[in-house]
Write a protein that binds this ligand. Structure first.
Ligand code: PAF
Length: 282
């Protein structure tokens, strides 16, 4: 496995692979890898001859009071896990490589994709995500890129980005990988203390129960109130629980696959999760 930190070295390796006719899959990450990321790597390896994993904690997707500085950086453990997982190349640019000009071109993700759900309380977050993902796509020029469904709004926005800018990249979304008690794997789970960790799976359980009730014809408003109450009783500070069309996050429509999406604070961790309603995915 190669660790590359300079663009010319990245270009040389990727060009050699392309000349040999090898396909390339990209798994963008911010490091602090867990089994959810490694499942993305495994999926990438099934789809392309070469797998590139990027490790870059992207400053432009963090708000001024968010955890950019304290975001866990675990390079040695990440490299060991990626080697074990069969990754071919780790792309680890620094901030000056990713954003070479002080006045950087930034993408503006259109509303209502950007300003709802997580975007409502994290203004500019998805502009930062889209801007760095487009840079990664330009640097690596992959045949396909793999993202987790845990960040469902991000996945929908990236699909839209690729379609809207005519990028010839196959976007693969993988189901959320969960701990045995249902908690979605996330780097931010590390912020939970022991007691919070015990209560954290409530978020998933509440979503699953609400999705079942919706699929059985339950009333969204009543279920929404009850779900918020359950989360608050478990010590969460809910940010939102919303029901959306799976493909584009528009309001749910009959006969279109839909999802329930939620974010809630538990102690210092902002947890997000989502589930399909009625067992149908997008
Ligand atoms: O999902 C993430 O880890 C990040 O948002 C991503 C896609 C790597 C962009 O920084």
């Amino acid at each position: 496995m190669k660790l590359i930190e300079q663009l010319p070295d990245l270009g040389a390796t990727l060009d050699a692979w392309r000349r040999a006719g090898e396909t390339i899959a990209l798994v963008p990450t911010m490091g602090n890898l867990h089994d959810g990321h490694l499942a993305l790597v495994a999926a990438a390896r099934e789809r392309a001859r070469r797998t590139v994993v990027s490790l870059f904690v992207n400053p432009t997707q963090f708000g001024p009071n968010e955890d950019y500085e304290s975001y866990p950086r675990t390079l040695d453990a990440d490299l060991a896990a990626l080697k074990q997982a069969g990754c071919d190349l780790v792309w680890r640019p620094d901030v000056a490589t990713m954003y070479p000009f002080d006045a950087a071109f930034m993408l503006r993700v259109p509303d209502p994709l950007a300003d709802q759900l997580c975007g409502a309380s994290r203004p500019g977050h998805f502009d930062g995500v889209a801007s760095v993902v487009l840079r990664l796509f330009s640097q690596v020029r992959p045949d396909c890129a793999v993202f987790g469904e845990k960040d469902y709004q991000q996945l929908v926005i990236i699909r839209h980005l690729v379609a809207d800018l005519f990028l010839d990249i196959d976007i693969i979304g993988l189901p959320t990988i969960r701990e045995s008690d249902g908690l979605a794997m996330s780097s931010r789970n590390a912020y939970l203390d022991q007691d919070e960790r015990r209560r954290a799976p409530t978020l998933h359980r509440v979503l699953v129960e609400m999705a079942e009730s919706l699929a059985a014809g339950g009333d969204f408003k009543a279920l929404h109130t009850a779900a918020l109450e359950q989360l608050e009783a478990a010590g969460f500070h809910p940010d939102y629980i919303e029901w959306r069309t799976a493909r584009d996050l528009s309001p749910p429509r009959p006969d279109h696959p839909s999802r329930l999406l939620a974010a809630a604070w538990l102690g210092k961790a902002r947890l997000i999760d989502n589930v399909a309603v009625g067992g149908k995915t997008a």
